[in-house]
Structure formats: structure tokens, C-alpha cells
Design a protein around this ligand. Structure first.
Ligand code: MIC
Ligand code: SF4
Length: 638
């Protein structure tokens, strides 16, 4: 039977299971990546697995999130990550070398290989024809230890691209258009495979932008074919040997098809506070902006920055606006500087920031109170900027530049004729920011700072659970709500007891105290609970506070897996209407829990409201073992 591209890569890596949508399968993992904010927990868990050296083709540890060193914690984390990398055979990407997804695309991505990363935007490398999936740190640790990666095989959506992008329309607008049509939960359980004649009109960095924000659709991953454009780009990166052509077989069938005419896409903007609240730029044009940020793993390629520099050349940023630019990698920074682009940006009044995630994760550049910030990033969840009442809009680099110059949201066509887009024939390759591990790391000492604490243990699942509904929430709760990031909390990522004090802080500043005093309890929510990041801390820290189960209408993929990995039950209302009947503060009890987990359903008694309701818990046998043990680490003997 003819196969689509994604199924070909899946079948090439299949270790266990039937390759059918909805079925649990296990895949061999060729490469892994971690970043510093999730990496410390991943390596702390990996260290307990008794493996002497990573068993992947290549594993890379990036430092890109926690780069603001306002105390010793982040530098201590970096030192731990560097030493643990040398000890176990992992490549270390030093602070300042770049955002994990951008650097991985430039230096390590290989078409047709699998990549598992402890960051939700790992699918960026799908732009190169990789099957790249974002997961929690524990799943990456297991892959580094040589275990396969278990997932529910997704259904595959073919996105048939036709036509060509018009002037001032970019890859960012393409993915915003898909978000407008499909929403932040439209991709859950699905993989997006791009096809059609429009693919050849998109460069690798543009494909990467689209694959990157497939994460915002909730998709398992996104993948582009590997074609002549891919080959030319890999050659330009000095890696011609990594190219291998990959395309769907003729006549391949798909579970769904989405048609998208690139010529019909227009410049778009996502409004606060969700990446799917998308409107044409004209609908918000004229809104005064306080800040414009260009960068993040979505839009920080050389192509994006070269365009930004060309558009800023000889102009001046509006006095009301603070324009921040953060390049995605050292390569991007060096090449932009070498071609005078850096000077053009600085002269125009831009604040050029460190090569890192920076403002995207609230590591500095919080906007003013009640301010409007326009960003080329991928997420605009409430509070994520670091300013609780800021309003964050998302857009493409040209829309960002036009707005920075105008002082208000502006259509990029106000900039006149667009400069010719280009891809350099040769990228300047400089791997000085990468530290390769010694052939034998067994004598390397792993250095732990005082803030690095072991992962807290958990108990096997009890047969009776009781407690109060600590929080009742709506739809699309993000991991930024559950476990906020930003400059204040990220330094505590390797210290779970300290970090857990901030769980749900933006929803209820007293949540941690209430949870501790109540001896744990439940959270009740609507659809798509836990969308957004891969941070397993959003399961680990609530586990430490005694959270027993989350009862929701549905869950986001990565967060559901993280809850299971740490022994928290992801329960789904059998009748979605019951969600409205359960109140915050109600006392719930669940009996025969262990048998119910095996059967796939449980009955919950709402003692306060005086009614019973059923919940489902659809787990594979392997997942059942994990939750019964109180988490995967207990099964691994960690
Ligand atoms: C994000 O964009 O939310 C992050 C920060 O990159 C997270 C990872 C983390 O929380 O460390 C992600 O996307 O997975
Ligand atoms: Fe970093 Fe932002 Fe990308 Fe997350 S979304 S990896 S914080 S740049």
C-alpha cells in the first residue's frame, strides 16, 4: 500500500505495535535534545537509570532558556548540564550558542530520522523532513537510556499547499491561517504532513516556522518532504552528506486533507491571549504598541533577521516603541553582523538581545503595565510575558517591523516594495559554541550546585482517593497557568520543592498553601487541559503538592503523558455535562481505584453536591502499570 511520508518514517522506526492511528506504538529514537529549563530534571532522572553512556546516535543539551543570571542558580544549572553531558556522551551547546530548535535544525537535523526533545517546539526539525516530537524530560531520559518512545499513533492530516505566497506574506501567516481555521485543539492526536506544489516554494527556515507552530495546534508533530530545497539548504550548511530525499508515495491516502492556497493567505495577527484568535492585520491596525519583539524559535532564522535588518535600514523605531531583537543562533548573529544587518538594526534603535529564548519565556523584557506587545513568537498566553495585564499579539517579522516603525500595529504593505527574499548559498558554520563529549566520560565529575535537588519520590497509587476540588477551571488551561515560567521561577526548575510554591500562582496565589494544607486533592477543568509547553514540572510540582487526579473534558497530548509519568490520574468526564455540576471546593471520593484503572472507568462521588458521576481513564497496559506504581521512575527503580 502506498504510504505517506510520516508513515514511512514511523514504519522505519517501529519497535512495537501495529502502525494504525489510535494504537499505542513504540519507536526507536535516533536523536534527542534537551534545553536547560527541562534538561536538569531530564538528566537527574537519566542519572538514576544506571546507563554509562547515551544510546542514541546523538543527544544534544542546549542552554537557551535560563540565561538571565541574577543569582548563581542558572549558572549552577549550566555547569551541571555541561558536566553531565561530558560524563554521559552528550553534546553540550553553550549559553549564547542559540535556541535549541534553531541550532538543531542548522547543525544536527537529518531527514528521515527521529528526534525526541524535551520542548514542545521540537517539531521545528520537521521542516527538514525529520519526525520530531516534543515530550517531557522523563521520556527523553528514557530514550537516552536506549528505551523506545511510546505514543498513540496519530491520524495524519495532509496539508495540500498550492500557489505561492504573495508579497509581504510569510510562513508565519500560513501557520496563523491554519490556527485560525483549526484552533489550538484542532491538531490533538494528529500529525500534519505538508504536500503539494506549494511546498517547493518554501525554504527550509520557512518550513521550520510552520512545523514549529504545529505545536500550537496541539499536533503530535508536523513534517515536510525532503526535496531539492532541503538538499540545497543542507549543502549550504556544510552538511551535504546528511541529505536523503523523502516524499510520500504516489496515491498515499490520508485521514484528512486540508487545502491551503498560499496565494490566498494574507498578513495575520493572533490577538491576546491565544495563538488561534487570529484576524487579518487590518482588523487591529492602528492599535498603539509599547513593545515589539522579533525572535524566538519560530522567527529567528537568518532569513528572518536579514529581512528585519533590510526593512529597518535607514529608518527609526517609533519613540513609543521598544524594539527587541533576539537572534536564534550564533550563526544567525554572526551572519547578520557580517552583512551589516546588525548595524542597521542598532542604528534604527533596536535593542539587540542575547542569542536565546529571552522575552519569549519571560526572561526579561516584560512589557509595561497594561502594555501592548507585538511579537513574532508562537505563544501569547496570559501573563507569559511577565506582565500580568499586558496584551500580547503575534505576527510575522515584516508586520513586526512595520508596526515598530509606525508605533501601532501596521500592515507590512505600508513598507512599500518588499526586498527580494534570499537564501545564502553558503552559511557560515562556526561550531565554537558546541562542546563535544570525550570518548570515555567515566572519570568526569558531575558538578551539582546547592539549588539542584533530587526528583522527589512518589507513592504507588492508593485504592481510595479523597479530597477537595482545589481548583475548577475552564477550557484550554495552559502549562503557563499550571507551572508559570519566567525569570523568577525558571531558576528553580532543578529544585522541585521550591518550585512547587508557584503552582497555579497566577490563578490563585494561595494555591500551593491550600493544596499542602488540604493534603492534596483534585483539579477539575474543561477541554484541552495542559496545552502548551512540554514542561513535566507542570505534573511534577503538583504531584509534590499531593495532586491526585485531574478531571477534565479532554487533555493535551504532552501534558497527559507527563501526568501519567508522575502518577497523577488524567480522568475524563464520561458525560461532559457533569463538569458543570462539580463545584470548586467540593469534596470528592473515588473507591476501587486500582481495579478501575485496569477497567478504564471509575465512579467519583461528589460528597458536597451529593451525586455520583463516571469518568474514563483510557490507558494502555504499559500506562496502567506506570500509574499503579505511582510513576514511571518507580518502575525503573529510580
Ligand atoms: C515554552 O515555550 O513554553 C517552553 C519554555 O519552551 C517550554 C519548555 C519549558 O517549559 O521549559 C516548551 O515549549 O516545552
Ligand atoms: Fe524558547 Fe520560546 Fe521557543 Fe519555548 S517557544 S523554545 S521559550 S523560543
Amino acid at each position: 500500500m502506498p504510504d505517506g511520508l510520516a508513515w514511512k518514517i514511523i514504519k522505519d522506526h517501529l519497535v512495537e505495535g501495529e502502525p494504525e492511528p489510535g494504537v499505542t506504538i513504540a519507536l526507536h529514537v535516533d536523536q534527542t535534545l534537551t534545553q536547560d529549563a527541562t534538561g536538569t530534571a531530564a538528566y537527574l532522572q537519566f542519572e538514576t537509570m544506571g546507563v554509562d553512556r547515551v544510546r542514541t546516535d546523538i543527544s544534544v543539551s542546549y542552554v537557551d532558556h535560563n540565561t538571565l543570571q541574577s543569582g548563581p542558580e542558572n549558572a549552577d544549572d549550566h555547569r551541571y548540564l555541561q558536566s553531565v553531558a561530558a560524563r554521559y556522551g552528550i553534546v553540550f551547546s553553550r549559553p549564547g550558542n542559540g535556541i535549541c530548535h534553531q541550532v538543531h535544525l542548522e547543525r544536527f537535523g537529518v531527514p528521515g530520522k527521529t528526534l525526541l526533545g524535551s520542548d514542545s517546539h521540537t517539531p521545528t526539525c520537521g521542516g527538514l523532513g525529520m519526525l520530531a516530537v516534543g515530550v517531557g524530560g522523563q521520556d527523553v531520559a528514557c530514550a537516552m537510556a536506549g528505551m523506545p518512545f511510546y505514543l498513540t499513533a496519530p491520524s495524519v492530516v495532509k496539508v495540500e499547499l498550492t500557489g505561492e505566497l504573495g508579497p509581504w506574506v510569510t510562513a508565519k501567516d500560513v501557520i496563523l491561517e491554519l490556527l485560525r481555521r483549526l484552533s489550538v485543539r484542532g491538531g490533538v492526536g494528529k500529525l500534519f504532513e505538508y504536500a503539494g506544489p506549494g511546498v517547493a516554494t518554501l525554504s527550509v527556515p520557512e518550513r521550520a516556522t510552520i512545523a514549529n507552530m504545529g505545536a500550537e495546534l496541539g499536533a503530535t508533530t508536523s513534517v515536510f518532504p525532503s526535496d531539492g530545497v532541503t538538499e540545497a539548504w543542507l549543502r549550504a550548511q556544510g552538511r551535504p552528506g546528511d541529505f536523503r530525499p523523502l516524499a510520500a508515495d504516489d496515491g498515499a491516502e490520508y485521514d484528512e486533507v486540508v487545502e491551503l492556497d498560499l496565494a490566498a493567505v494574507e498578513p495575520l495577527v493572533a490577538r491576546p491571549h491565544s495563538p488561534d484568535d487570529v484576524v487579518p492585520v487590518g482588523a487591529v491596525a492602528g492599535l498603539p504598541v509599547d513593545q515589539v519583539c522579533i525572535g524566538s524559535c519560530t522567527n529567528s532564522s537568518f532569513r528572518d533577521l536579514a529581512l528585519t535588518a533590510a526593512l529597518l535600514e535607514g529608518k527609526a523605531v517609533h519613540p513609543r516603541v521598544s524594539l527587541a531583537v533576539s537572534p536564534g543562533s550564533r550563526q544567525v548573529l554572526e551572519m547578520t553582523a557580517a552583512r551589516s544587518g546588525l548595524a542597521a538594526m542598532v542604528r534604527a534603535g533596536a535593542r539587540v538581545l542575547e542569542v536565546a529564548c529571552g522575552p519569549c519565556i519571560g526572561m526579561g523584557q516584560a512589557p509595561p503595565s497594561g502594555g501592548v506587545t507585538l511579537r513574532t513568537f508562537n505563544r501569547n498566553f496570559e501573563g507569559r510575558t511577565g506582565t500580568p495585564d499586558a496584551r500580547c499579539y503575534l505576527c510575522s517579522p515584516p508586520t513586526a517591523v512595520a508596526s515598530a516603525l509606525a508605533g501601532c500595529i501596521a500592515d507590512p504593505c505600508t513598507l512599500g516594495d518588499p526586498p527580494a527574499a534570499f537564501e545564502p548559498e553558503r552559511y557560515e558554520v562556526d561550531d565554537a559554541g558546541l562542546v563535544f563529549p570525550p570518548a570515555d566520560g567515566s572519570q568526569v565529575e558531575v558538578i551539582r550546585g546547592p539549588n539542584i535537588k533530587p526528583i522527589p519520590p512518589s507513592e504507588p497509587l492508593a485504592d481510595a482517593l479523597a479530597g477537595e476540588v482545589l481548583l475548577k477551571l475552564g477550557d484550554n488551561v495552559t502549562t503557563d497557568h499550571i507551572m508559570p515560567a519566567g525569570a523568577r521561577t525558571l531558576p528553580l526548575r532543578s529544585n522541585i520543592p521550591a518550585l512547587s510554591e508557584f503552582v497555579f500562582e497566577r490563578v490563585d496565589p494561595y494555591f500551593a498553601r491550600r493544596a499542602r494544607e488540604a493534603g492534596g486533592g483534585f483539579v477539575v477543568a474543561g477541554e484541552n487541559y495542559g496545552q502548551g509547553s512540554s514542561r513535566e514540572h507542570a505534573a511534577l510540582a503538583p504531584m509534590h503538592l499531593g495532586l491526585k487526579a485531574v478531571i477534565a473534558r479532554s487533555f493535551a497530548r504532552i501534558h497527559r503523558a507527563n501526568l501519567i509519568n508522575f502518577g497523577i490520574l488524567p480522568l475524563v468526564f464520561a458525560d461532559p455535562a457533569d463538569c458543570d455540576r462539580v463545584g470548586g471546593g467540593d469534596v470528592l471520593s473515588i473507591g476501587d481505584v486500582r481495579a478501575g484503572v485496569r477497567q478504564g472507568s471509575l465512579t467519583v462521588s461528589d460528597e458536597t453536591a451529593g451525586f455520583d458521576f463516571d469518568v474514563g481513564i483510557e490507558l494502555s497496559e504499559r500506562e496502567q502499570e506506570i500509574v499503579l506504581a505511582g510513576g514511571r521512575l518507580n518502575l525503573l527503580g529510580g
